[in-house]
Design a binder for this molecule. Structure first.
Ligand SMILES: Cc1ncc(C[n+]2csc(CCOP(=O)(O)OP(=O)(O)O)c2C)c(N)n1
Ligand SMILES: [Mg+2]
Length: 794
């Protein structure tokens, strides 16, 4: 049930006038920061810089109340993207943001357009920008915090509150509801979502009575909903004669009309109130008591702009750890000339409007950035207040020591799939008691068994606040999988929602920074469904979250299961996604080594997340001295079969297609005995290295060749390459540019057909015959070229 904030909450020891002054200051600074960037700072490109003065104004009271009063130092917050200037202004007031960065808002090195963990200096907890994701990230953050607490790790941050200040239109993003349901399953606690309920999105005004739907949604998943609807002026007016009718007039006023009247101001309110309520006893007196300015102030006195009403709602929660949703009624553009206009989302005050706004804030020219300028409080008093604000006590984060990573032995077996190998490696880790294993936490969106993670889960159990035994086990129903849950479990089972997987991985992968406890998260999902959670994956990487991801099964190799489960472009996603290093190993020994490297990379200062594209196809495993190639596997490629120096052909493959490449190579040796067979374990690493080397040449000739240049230098300058993989051929297509070799790039360019492996590989042109055709093509092309060169020379 929704409840209204109790008016009885004691606010007597809160310095509300000081907070109101701060709110004015923060509104001023955020508006000025945007104005400065758009109208004062020199523009070199003539482009609009932008910024959202109306979105900022809408949230100024709420964010001031949170940061200057309610938040505790250890709380973690996501701020709606378009309130970034408000956030930076608050941090500036708290001494954590510089004037230079505000002056450079949206410029290189300046305060970021949307709060950014990695690019801003002022203690951003969660980056935001893609609406809906930051909100849900706090929910998954609260699960991670509980995990850390129940595993007795981390520091005082275990008991903190996770808070999102969100726009109301963020509720249109489905990922928010996916998260809410998952949160209910995991019994989320100490989580606040404060909705800046200005009833406007980007294009216009949102539906009427949305509040009721919001209240229903949240209540049904166990949240308390607190409405912050009216400010103290309106509440007082409601107690006057005619007040009831005034209240129901406002309650029933369509959002569009309320917004339009807000924009028009006092005279417009008067006309409408006279028309609609003129006959109601007491209304005339109320209107007579208020001039146009006072009437505008009264009618726009919503709870989310009333410091006392807002704080009453926040403080009314006390120690209750039930998740809370605050629906704070606000006005987009409040207290600016843009207020209420439906087109104000990207609107900026023009210089004349800014002059008026500046005068109303008593700001003198040249004093725009001074923290006490124009306020009714002394600078000393202000500084003392800011110094004592609970949030100002937030300590500088210290780094958490790395978990030692031991060698991960390759699972033994003559035939195995890379997915099985993944399962064995985790299972072996789960059986032992290493530091590494204790810090691993796994998660999947309902594909634990089918991605071979069940062995690990059997060892380590599922995580849950309370103990739940495996009923099948208790009832003695045979099953290979133990499904018992407890606070010490090390696997978080999610429902089928890939967005949630990536948001959880994001939160888990920031655990050292958010909660002072290092975790090594490993997630798995069916490779094609990366696309379903792609924005959340991008979001996780953007925040520099550290996790390991297995996309399995992948490609068309899952064959009869095929159809809509086939993935084509995931290698390109992996290749092009910043913050994510992608591998596509074929063999178990490669995978074990990559995972070991991955756990280190996830902890390195300049590291990142790791993605491994795996398969369920069982293939012959090489029995070999792995140490000879271990470095090359991480560098991204090695000669599975060395070419003779000056060879005129190499077959280049990546991943599960290895047997076809080997078969084709065997066949080619009859005609071209010096041909090589190159195994690519990470196109991503190879490409990054090649690009870096190419850039280095710009600084002079003394550059060590990149790994791929070294490998391909074994071939003749006019050799041909046939590349092949179960993925888009573009992934390896660039290899022809490394040393100007002719190339036939084979791969999968279409999807959706179920069939067995032989038919599919033939259909898509990636079987051994297709590789041989590719070889014939490049060799013929090479011969023609050589002849052409000769002709040209003659
Ligand atoms: C995923 C995504 N889609 C679209 C946008 C473009 N966009 C920016 S703000 C916005 C509407 C925001 O409305 P609301 O959340 O209510 O914020 P406020 O009214 O407080 O500005 C949209 C559609 C975006 N930032 N992210
Ligand atoms: Mg809005």
């Amino acid at each position: 049930m929704s409840k209204k904030a109790s008016g009885k909450t004691i606010l007597s020891n809160i310095d509300i006038p000081m907070l109101e002054e701060l709110e004015r200051k923060i509104l001023w600074l955020s508006s000025w920061t945007i104005h400065n960037a758009n109208h004062i700072r020199e523009s070199r490109d003539g482009l609009k810089v932008g910024g959202h003065q109306s979105s900022c104004a809408s949230s100024a009271t709420l964010l001031t109340a949170l940061y200057m009063h309610t938040l505790r130092p250890e709380d973690r917050v996501a701020v709606k993207p378009h309130a970034s200037p408000v956030f930076h202004a608050i941090q500036y007031m708290l001494g954590k943001q510089t004037r230079e960065k505000l002056e450079d808002f949206r410029a290189l090195g300046g305060a970021q357009s949307y709060p950014s963990r990695t690019k801003d200096i002022d203690d951003v907890d969660f980056s935001t920008g893609s609406v809906g994701l930051g909100v849900a990230a706090t929910l998954f953050g609260s699960i991670v915090r509980d995990y850390v607490r129940l595993h007795e790790r981390g520091d005082e941050r275990h008991n903190n509150r996770l808070v999102a200040l969100m726009g109301d239109a963020e509720l249109d993003e489905g990922n928010v509801f996916e998260a809410l349901l998952e949160g209910w399953k995991h019994d989320v606690r100490n989580l606040w979502w404060v909705i800046d309920y200005n009833r406007q999105s980007l294009d216009g005004v949102v539906h009427d009575y949305l509040f009721q739907r919001i209240a229903d949604f949240f209540s049904s998943v166990g949240w308390k909903v607190v409405e912050i609807k009216y400010g103290k002026l309106l509440e007082a007016a409601f107690t006057r004669p005619g007040g009831d009718q005034l209240q129901s007039w406002i309650d029933n006023c369509p959002n569009q009309l309320y917004a339009a009247l807000t924009f028009q101001g006092g005279a417009a309110w008067r006309t409408h109130l006279q028309n609609d309520l003129g006959k109601v006893k007491g209304i005339k007196a109320l209107l007579d008591d208020h001039d146009d300015d006072a009437l505008q102030k009264l009618m726009t006195n919503l709870g989310g702009h009333d410091m006392a009403a807002t704080l009453e709602a926040f403080t009314s929660v006390g120690d209750d750890d039930t998740p809370h949703c605050f629906v704070a009624y606000t006005i987009k553009g409040f207290n600016t000339p843009l207020a209420g206009h439906k087109d104000n989302h990207s609107g900026l005050m023009n210089p004349d409007q800014m002059d008026g706004f500046k005068a109303s804030h008593n700001i003198r020219d040249g004093h725009e950035w001074e923290i006490a300028e124009g306020l009714d409080v002394s600078e000393d008093g202000l500084r003392a207040f800011l110094k004592d604000a609970p949030f100002a006590q937030r300590p500088v984060p210290s780094s958490v020591p790395a978990v030692p990573v031991h060698t991960l032995p390759a699972p033994a077996g003559e035939r195995m799939s890379s997915q099985e190998a993944f399962g064995h490696i985790l299972n072996d880790l789960g059986r032992g008691d290493s530091e590494l294993a204790r810090h691993i936490i796994t998660t999947t969106p309902d594909v634990t068994v089918t991605t071979n993670m069940a062995g690990w889960v059997n060892q380590r159990g599922l995580f849950r606040h309370d103990e739940i035994e495996d009923t099948f086990r208790e009832e003695k129903v045979p099953s290979a999988f133990k499904w018992s849950m407890s606070p010490s479990g090390q696997h978080i089972e999610l429902g089928i929602a890939e967005n949630n997987l990536f948001l959880l991985l994001a939160a888990l992968g920031l655990s050292d920074k958010l909660f002072g406890a290092r975790l090594l998260p490993v997630g798995a999902l069916y490779d094609p469904f990366i696309a379903r959670g792609l924005d959340a994956l991008n979001y996780a990487c953007y925040q520099d979250a550290r996790f390991m991801l297995a996309g399995t099964p992948s490609g068309i190799t899952l064959a009869p299961e095929g159809g809509a489960h086939q993935s084509i472009n995931t290698p390109l996603i992996g290749l092009t996604q910043p913050g994510l290093t992608t591998f596509e190993p074929a063999y178990a020994d490669e995978l074990a080594h990559i995972m070991g490297w991955g756990f280190e990379h996830m902890q390195a200062d300049d590291g990142g997340a790791v993605y491994m594209r795996l398969s369920t196809r069982v293939i012959d495993q090489p029995q070999r001295d792995f140490s000879a190639i271990s470095d090359d596997v991480i560098a991204g490629a090695y000669w599975l079969r060395e070419p003779a120096p000056g060879a005129e052909l190499a077959i280049v493959y990546s991943g599960v297609i290895a047997p076809e490449a080997i078969k084709a190579h065997d066949a080619i040796l009859e005609d071209i005995p010096d041909a090589g067979l190159l195994a690519i374990t990470s196109t991503d690493r190879l490409y990054a290295d090649w690009q870096a080397t190419t850039r280095a040449y710009a600084r002079g000739p003394n550059v060590a060749p990149s790994h791929i240049e070294t490998l391909l230098s074994r071939l003749a300058p006019d050799a041909g390459l046939v590349t092949v993989m179960d993925g888009h051929p573009m992934t390896l297509g660039w290899l022809g540019s490394v040393a100007s070799h002719d190339i036939a790039a084979l791969g999968v360019e279409n999807f959706g057909q179920s069939a067995d492996l032989q038919d599919l590989y033939r259909l898509h042109g990636i079987d051994a015959d297709a590789i041989l055709d590719g070889a014939a093509a490049v060799i013929t092309k090479g011969m023609r070229k050589r002849r052409g060169y000769r002709l040209a020379a003659e």
